[in-house]
Ligand binder design. Sequence first.
Ligand SMILES: [Zn+2]
Length: 121
Amino acid sequence: MSDYNWCHGTNCHTQQTQSRVRGSGTNKVLRTIKIKVDSEYIRQSIFSHFCNQRCLMDFLNVHKDRIVALAPRREALETPIKVVKEKYESYRYEHNNNGDYERMPYQATRTTIKSVDNDNG
Ligand SMILES: [Zn+2]
């Protein structure tokens, strides 16, 4: 198993960064980034195949149809939740007639999405 991957970004070799410059004299090129795969962390990561977010997105944009065909989604998935609304005392600052700010209390509403434990109904 190799200890590096070439970045799969479709335009990696066109990005003008010093880290991509290879060759000498008048024979210089921009080369695809070589990604060192030297830890379990990087091995598990999508970034073991892409040197940065731009290269990942370039690849996804070019190959999106084939990628989604790997696991097509033909209907929406749903997660049961409980939406809890609760009122609480908060405050905001408002201009008063003296040109100052004044701390004004008001009744705020907090909406929280809570998971539903399906085992307990
Ligand atoms: Zn890249």
